[in-house]
Design a protein. Structure first.
Ligand code: C2O
Ligand code: CU
Length: 474
């Protein structure tokens, strides 16, 4: 693999000077074969009795296969669409070239049923990322289409073992099948479509995490729910946060002991198993009345090490351009609307409309900078136009009664402040949670040319108008 990567780099630089020279076939043969992802119908056993649940999965699985590459590797994925509707695949958090971003109508044509699309890009950043469709994502993600995308650091944090938890939820009827209420405008304008059954790595119920006393475990968390927000608390354990959204942060304990993981967000923890052999502890969701998400269960074997390890070493930063806030240009995005609070007025196709009057016909309930638009609408104005290389200070103001995890494609930003309070670590993120009537200030360099989605990752909100684009002009 390494040799082919090096050769490809050589070819790329040679290709820049000699664009017309055909590549010799022998070298073509050396490029890695693409990984195949086949989104299609699948079955999952979510309840102990009765029928299995019909879901959609990648390669028959929910979550889909873990895609894993070393940092700097070339990624080739061939997506064969076996779904009864068009799809695309988006690589959430990965700074890909625009044409590989997987957004229907904006960066590519949707992949029709039975058709194939080849994604091809290089992973510059190490960390925990994920992939999911961007076409009707409120339904396609809700039905089970998501998977982890892990890029390994050249020097990972030393641990005894690694685990990943993909958190998701399903809304099942008494027949064990998914309730077919995708696209309900009450979900679009309210708190999103919440499931009634939680799954951890596609398995229902409380998962047992079998550990041995003294172990140090890296735990990658992903919230793949369309709408559910988690507030995760570890009983009698104090894990270290080592990254958010795949991006290293100075290792620190979970502030206040409760970790917020909103839809689309990830956090990597280093968990020291400080319990005694034979003991067991809960991992709780404080948001959901303290429901148990998992149970850390210690084997009877003696501890792996005598003493508790100290703070882990920080991971090496990813090569993201650092925003210089002293020369940053100010921009803002204002969110309004939703089914609670003051009804929004939005501009739709150039005309001001009262959203609550046209909601059932248009299914638009939110505005961003006074505009309401359908997902990936073809005829739309970008929310922001940025110059390539521009240093951006972006203020987000949420004038709604709801929380919104806001996600930007193609870029990673620093969270400078939340509700006007400076953030302690100014963490790099690709998704930032903004509370009701709250605000956040972000900093980034508009380094990646193209038209990029900026949307709420409560996917029903995105479908209800909280989706727009930033254009980075070349
Ligand atoms: Cu995770 Cu625009 O998406
Ligand atoms: Cu939202």
């Amino acid at each position: 693999m390494n040799t082919s990567i090096t050769r490809r780099r050589l070819l790329q630089s040679a290709g820049a000077a000699l664009t017309m020279v055909a590549l010799p076939p022998a070298l073509h043969a050396q490029t890695p074969a693409p990984t195949v992802l086949r989104p299609g119908p699948a079955q999952l056993r979510l309840r102990p009795s009765g029928a299995g649940t019909r879901v959609w999965g990648f390669n028959g699985a929910v979550p889909g296969p873990v895609l894993r590459y070393p940092q700097g590797a070339r990624v080739r994925v061939a997506v064969h669409n076996a779904l009864p509707q068009p799809t695309t695949v988006h690589w959430h958090g990965i700074r890909v070239p625009n044409a590989m971003d997987g957004v229907p109508q904006v960066t590519q044509d949707p992949i029709a049923t039975g058709a194939r699309f080849d994604y091809d890009f290089t992973v510059e950043d190490a960390g925990t990322f994920w992939y999911h469709p961007h076409q009707a994502s409120f339904e396609q993600v809700g039905r089970g289409l998501y998977g982890l995308f892990i890029v390994d650091e050249k020097k990972p944090v030393p641990v005894d073992r690694e685990m990943a938890w993909v958190l998701s939820d399903f809304k099942l009827g008494r027949d064990n099948q998914q309730v077919n209420d995708f696209g309900d405008v009450a979900h679009f304008g309210g708190g999103g479509r919440l499931g009634n059954l939680l799954a951890l790595n596609g398995r229902p119920g409380v998962s047992r995490m079998q550990v041995r006393a003294g172990e140090r475990i890296r735990l990658r968390l992903l919230n793949a729910c369309t709408a559910r927000i988690f507030l995760i608390a570890f009983q009698d354990h104090a894990p270290w946060i080592v990254s958010h959204d795949g991006q290293p942060v100075e290792p620190h304990a979970i502030p206040g002991g409760v970790l917020l993981v909103g839809p689309g967000m990830r956090t990597d923890l280093v968990l020291d198993c400080t319990g005694k052999p034979g003991s067991s502890f809960s991992v709780l969701d404080r948001r959901d009345k303290g429901a148990e998400l998992a149970r850390i269960t210690y084997s009877l074997r003696p501890p792996v090490r005598a003493s508790v390890l100290g703070v882990p070493e920080p991971l090496a930063p990813n090569p993201i351009p650092e925003p210089d806030m002293s020369k940053a240009v100010d921009h803002f995005v204002l969110f309004e609307g939703g089914l609670l609070g003051r009804p929004a007025i939005g501009v739709i196709d150039g005309k001001p409309r009262k959203l609550h009057e046209i909601m059932s016909e248009q299914k638009l309930t939110w505005t961003m900078n006074y505009s309401a638009q359908h997902e990936h609408a073809q005829m739309h104005e970008p929310l922001l136009r940025l110059r390539r290389g521009e240093h951006v200070r972006l203020k987000l103001i949420n004038d709604t009664e709801f929380e919104h995890p806001m996600h930007l494609h193609g870029h990673t930003f620093r969270v400078l402040s939340v509700n006007d309070r400076p953030e302690r670590f100014r963490p790099w993120r690709d998704t930032v949670m903004i509370g009701p009537r709250g605000s956040a200030e972000l900093g980034f360099v508009a380094a990646n040319p193209g038209e990029w989605m900026f949307h709420c990752h409560i996917l029903e909100h995105a479908a209800g108008g909280m989706m727009g684009t930033f254009v980075v002009e070349d």
